[in-house]
Ligand binder design. Sequence first.
Ligand code: NAD
Ligand code: DAU
Length: 351
Amino acid sequence: MKKTILITGGAGFIGSHVVRLFVNKYPDCHIINLDALTYAGNLENLTDLDQSPNYTFVKADIRDAEVIDALFEKYPITGVCHLAAESHVDRSIAEPMAFITTNIIGTVNLLNAARKAWTGNFEGKRFYHISTDEVYGSLGSEGFFVETTSYDPRSPYSASKASSDHLVRAYHHTYGLPIVITNCSNNYGPNQFPEKLIPLAINNIKYMKPIPVYGKGENIRDWLYVVDHARAIDMVFHDGKIGETYNIGGFNEWTNISLIHTLCEIMDRKMNRAPGTSASLITYVKDRAGHDLRYAIDATKIQRELGWEPSLQFAEGLEKTVEWYLDNEEWMTRITTGKYQEYYEGQYVKR
Ligand code: NAD
Ligand code: DAU
């Protein structure tokens, strides 16, 4: 094998798309997927890779420094794509500690292990940290986040991601670790855990359950199809400049309420229901604490320097997404029973 690439969080939503892309596109590279399989990790996302000779899954927790060090001793890892994280804002509001330990300490454990393994020879090595646009805070109705926008995180989740971004940059400036960082907007698509807005809404519409919209539904997010994010990650991992940050976004801003209305129209059509049936499920609920009003990414740097741009229009991406969730009923059913049911009750029913 030419190279050994460690992808963390590869059993999650975005990570599984990145793992699939790398395993199939680089058959001469050994791809190691390290994941703790928390509630959000699901190996069912990757069953198509079970027989791939260049793929290894390792169940491990990035909070365990010894285990991470041992992994770097066992394998000749030359590159890291770090996606493992606690990723849901609402959970970070309810219970912040897991976000501190995984997103901050877990990232430092990986930085330390890479530094130890690579010291004296950074040639051909790369530590790629995948982050979020939420580190920049909240926008008013004007303007965009650029790579030099000051950090202003406002939830425990975004503060933990901001902290990890700072540490990754600090390891570059202090120790010369060859790093690169991307900050991406909201992803959507197949395999997203149904605690997030789009899969949650699709599932609720399917079973004629209320669609919970926080506040007035006027918050704005910039949506990107997950496969396009995975393509960007591939480009930055291979061609991004060491020490640089790239913003990734969909050039695709929607208020939550107009997105939900569009989704309702698609669902009415796919479920052969009378127009307006799904929209009748829209239910305004108590707002998220500290709810950021608007995120919008200026992705011209990655477009200009690496030639990346989104391949899918939102209408097409949403249509494909709905089809995937309707076609993969068992995937959804296995997740939405058991532990997730308890979370759902706590988050929505007893609210
Ligand atoms: P996800 O919650 O779907 O998946 C996270 C994965 O990390 C899961 O497989 C989980 O098991 C694993 N994990 C969690 N804690 C771990 C630990 N301590 N040790 C090892 N593995 C652990 O998240 P996602 O939406 O796929 O996001 C992936 C990354 O991309 C995160 O770093 C997130 O901050 C970032 N990001 C996400 C979005 C988005 O819209 N989802 C946008 C921008 C950036
Ligand atoms: O911007 C990138 C971020 O996008 C990532 O870093 C996070 O990991 C990812 O979870 C996502 O964060 P958001 O908080 O924007 O995504 P979520 O799907 O939770 O919510 C999207 C919007 O919809 C947000 O304004 C809150 C609202 N919402 C969400 C849920 C779950 C509702 O109105 N109702 C809901 O039930």
